[in-house]
Design a protein around this ligand. Structure first.
Ligand SMILES: C[S@@+](CC[C@H](N)C(=O)[O-])C[C@H]1O[C@@H](n2cnc3c(N)ncnc32)[C@H](O)[C@@H]1O
Length: 298
């Protein structure tokens, strides 16, 4: 059982948060086995603000399927043709096109779509019969995919970003001292770190990410954070006052058990969208798109 110690003062902000949460109670976290297991639905990338802050205007940043695929494949082909014409050689041009496909695959909202986005260009090139290359070269695009989405991370969650304003309500329930250490466990491309920075600009932010390319990209996007390549389950959480996660429903019981075993009393576990089934939480915030932010006191 989660130890529950209401530590944060019951502020007006918190009451407003809880009232907002109560109003939104029907929109609970997606149950295990739902579409959310493999990532949120299409509306996932809509920007949100956390109640009780004023809601940001909603704008869909995501393109309806199959537009992302057409866009990514056409861009990969354009890069391939331009570079081949510029004298780069077919193999290098293929690699550049395939790399673009892998980068563009983050637009996919499920594993199948990601693979289609990443592998569409090399497979269509192969099918076109335009080029003849050694067989091993065709494995390189697959290698890129595995670098960006390492199998170790599949058990937990693929890369889906935290909306920028999704964590704005956290300071209303967790009072952090300046310099407090906050970890984004599985920081992806750094969207969660950016949201955490917006919530607690004076915190010391750190990120752990298993994928090397994502870890590098995150460090570039978040130069103010300490970003390391590590397995979130093997790394110690003992030094953090807050650990933030955006993983999978199935990971949450393990995350709370790890947090309770390693983190100091008075620290916090925060999860976007997915709760620890059957465990009482300290607070449940709500983002305007309806997704909950679960706060567990340790
Ligand atoms: C849903 S994304 C969330 C990214 C980021 N936290 C955000 O909210 O924008 C989950 C991330 O966790 C990473 N991940 C999954 N399992 C991991 C593990 N065991 N160790 C480190 N990172 C992991 C994935 O590679 C992916 O980038």
């Amino acid at each position: 059982m989660a130890r529950q110690r209401p530590r944060a003062p019951r502020s007006a902000a918190r009451e407003a948060v809880e009232r907002a949460a109560a109003r939104a109670a029907p929109r609970a976290a997606a149950p295990p086995g739902s579409a959310s297991d493999f990532g949120p639905p299409e509306a996932f990338s809509a920007p949100v603000a956390t109640s009780p802050l004023p809601a940001a205007p909603r704008a869909r940043l995501s393109l309806p399927w199959p537009l992302p695929a057409l866009l990514v494949w056409a861009s990969a082909w354009a890069v391939f043709i331009s570079l081949a014409r510029a004298g780069w050689g077919v193999a290098l041009a293929l690699l550049a096109g395939a790399a673009l496909g892998v980068v563009g695959s983050v637009l996919g909202h499920s594993w199948w779509r990601r693979f289609m986005l990443a592998l569409g260009f090399p497979l269509s090139l192969l099918a076109s019969g335009l080029v003849s290359l050694p067989a091993w070269l065709w494995l390189l695009p697959l290698g890129f995919v595995l670098l960006v989405y390492p199998i170790n991370a599949w058990r937990d969650a693929p890369i889906f970003p935290t909306p920028l304003a999704a964590l704005d309500g956290l300071p209303g329930v967790i009072a952090l001292a300046p310099g407090a250490r906050v970890l984004d466990a599985g920081c992806g491309l750094g969207a969660g770190l950016r949201a955490l920075r917006r919530a607690w600009p004076e915190a010391e932010l750190q990120g752990l990410e298993w994928s090397w390319p994502l870890r590098w990209a995150c460090a570039l996007r978040c130069p103010w954070a300490r970003v390391r390549r590590a397995d979130i389950w093997r790394a110690s959480w003992a030094d953090y006052q807050v650990v933030y996660l955006f993983q999978r429903p199935e990971s949450m019981a393990r995350a709370l058990a790890k947090a309770q075993a390693e983190m100091a009393p008075g620290s916090w576990l925060v999860s976007l969208e997915f709760e620890v089934a059957g465990q009482p939480c300290h607070s449940r915030l709500q983002a305007p798109d309806g997704r909950p932010v679960w706060v567990y006191a340790l």
